[in-house]
Design a protein. Structure first.
Length: 254
């Protein structure tokens, strides 16, 4: 994918744990108004890549957001610029109420007018009615789907322009997965761009505009999601479909 005018542009990203390479020269871009997904097997480096983009891991390479390099920016500074991560484990404050967790999500906007923050909170409650119903309930008592909604809602309190989503469907029942991913599509329609890491490759390819396939820390394939979903290699490896079942796929082989 071309990186011209991309909201996020990553070039030659490499991450090491000691002397062990976890991600090797990964390049990707996220155009504004799009959902881009990063798929691959467990241990491929997907979460590490998101964490490096967010500034949680030291990394080599270039990360540009809104056209500017962000390598020297702290995590808090990146959040203030609208780059926000929803981590795989959600990392909610279980002993605090839903409302208090949401309030913490607006920490980077602490200098904003109270009315602006309240308007964002009202929007989150409108988008997630169950959070409004449970606003005084402790986060630790919520169901898995409700906790994921709270994690998304907390991220939205920071007014993100680009949302990094790490495994939003993890541990959820299929019906709840569909609901969560429908919300992700609605977020794109509302102007939030998405970089989605998702183990459920079928679901990710269904909602994304463009996809990157990461294997053992290296970029193995990339392309429009609809075309990758028809590629026999992707179908056999990630969608559980044998080549014979996807005869007629037209994606080119490298």
């Amino acid at each position: 994918m071309t990186s011209a005018n991309a909201l996020l542009d990553v070039k030659d990203l490499s991450v090491f744990y000691g002397s062990v390479g976890a991600v090797h020269r990964l390049s990707l871009s996220v155009p504004e108004g799009s959902i881009v997904t990063l798929i691959g097997p467990n241990g491929a480096g997907k979460t590490t890549s998101l964490n490096a983009i967010m500034g949680l891991h030291r990394a080599q390479g270039t990360i540009r957001y809104l056209g500017e390099p962000v390598s020297r920016l702290s995590v808090e500074q990146r959040v203030a610029k609208g780059l926000v991560l929803v981590p795989e484990r959600r990392e909610l404050f279980a002993g605090m109420s839903v409302a208090d967790n949401l309030s913490l999500g607006a920490f980077s906007r602490r200098r904003a007018r109270a009315g602006d923050v309240q308007a964002t909170l009202d929007d989150v409650y409108q988008r997630f009615p169950r959070l409004a119903e449970r606003r005084n309930q402790l986060a630790g008592t919520l169901s898995g789907g409700e906790r994921q909604m709270l994690a998304l809602g907390r991220a939205l309190m920071a007014k993100p322009r680009l949302l990094l989503l790490d495994e939003p469907s993890l541990g959820l029942a299929p019906l709840i997965v569909r609901e969560i991913l429908s919300i992700v599509v609605e977020l794109r329609a509302s102007g939030v761009s998405i970089l989605l890491v998702e183990q459920n490759a079928r679901a990710a390819l269904r909602i994304a505009d463009y996809a990157y396939v990461l294997e053992t820390g290296e970029l193995a394939m990339e392309g429009e999601s609809s075309k990758l979903a028809e590629d026999p290699r992707v179908a056999a490896t990630y969608l559980g479909i044998r080549d014979a079942a996807v005869g007629g796929a037209t994606a080119d082989r490298p």
